[in-house]
Design a protein around this ligand. Structure first.
Ligand SMILES: Nc1ncnc2c1ncn2[C@@H]1O[C@H](COP(=O)(O)OP(=O)(O)OP(=O)(O)O)[C@@H](O)[C@H]1O
Length: 245
């Protein structure tokens, strides 16, 4: 059950590794059903921020508060088990959660359909393209119906066309499931297309130096990318990113 208040809050959070300060004090909040992207130069502490959000890492000072334990995590690498079929991979987290087997099977089937992989359930991961593997990884996380979804550069290794298509698919999943989302990305285009808000981080130690509200209503058509309004906002984000680097 979600308690009232933001799904995720960072209150003056820092993270230091030995002498290296990775994250300077960061404040951020994500509400239920809100999608937020963090964009910043390489090595500025973005992945550290996500690990802190997930509970895999602890803040050196300040506090991270999550009001849900139902968190989905998608990494840049799809991390599928090569010997399990796509369906069995998608069922994995549901199985581990101890949920009823019939229920997990049903949810896995629904998740496969949501990401357009219903016909590939019996394939092995090696038979899938990079984009399809990433869709399988998304489906695996969807089985737990997360309230908060953390994405660490999930499309960074994909070609531009596949990436754009998966952005549309992720946006549709967001509209369907309305989870809270925190996306780490290097792509201005992706951050603006997917988010309610885009946060720009500075070079290390990472701080949030700019914030942009994205006014476009969901669901967003792929052609939104070709509009003057989209280009104008993307230009402002890109400029902030350049100044932050
Ligand atoms: N476990 C760790 N031990 C020591 N240093 C670390 C550790 N994790 C991260 N760092 C350092 O903290 C800084 C931020 O790393 P992080 O991976 O969060 O950056 P990033 O913004 O995600 O980078 P990129 O965009 O290149 O993926 C880096 O200088 C990194 O070397």
């Amino acid at each position: 059950m979600t308690k009232p208040g933001p799904l995720l809050s960072f209150n003056a959070v820092t993270r230091t590794f030995g002498k290296v300060q990775a994250v300077a004090p960061v404040d951020l909040q994500i509400s239920a059903g809100e999608f937020v992207s963090v964009i910043g130069p390489s090595g500025c502490g973005k992945s550290t921020l996500l690990r802190l959000a997930s509970g895999l890492d602890r803040a050196s000072s300040g506090e991270v508060v999550r009001t849900t334990d139902n968190v989905g995590y998608v990494f840049q690498d799809a991390t599928l088990m090569p010997w399990r079929t796509v369906r069995r991979n998608v069922e994995l987290l549901g199985e581990l959660s101890g949920a009823n087997r019939g229920n997990v099977k049903m949810r896995a089937q629904a998740a496969l359909e949501s990401v357009g992989l219903a016909d590939f359930g019996d394939h092995l991961p090696r038979q899938l393209s990079g984009g399809m593997k990433m869709r399988a990884s998304l489906a695996r996380a969807l089985v737990l119906e997360p309230e908060l979804f953390l994405f660490d550069e999930p499309f960074g290794a994909l070609d531009e066309i596949t990436r754009t298509r998966l952005n549309t698919q992720l946006m549709e999943l967001f509209v369907e499931h309305r989870f809270g989302g925190l996306l780490i990305t290097h792509s201005v285009d992706e951050s603006v297309f997917l988010s309610d808000r885009v946060l720009v981080m500075s070079a290390r130690p990472g701080r949030i130096v700019a914030e942009f509200a994205v006014p476009f209503a969901f669901p967003r058509p792929p052609e939104l990318r070709y509009t003057a309004e989209f280009a104008e906002l993307s230009g402002r984000v890109a400029k902030a990113l350049e100044e932050a680097s």
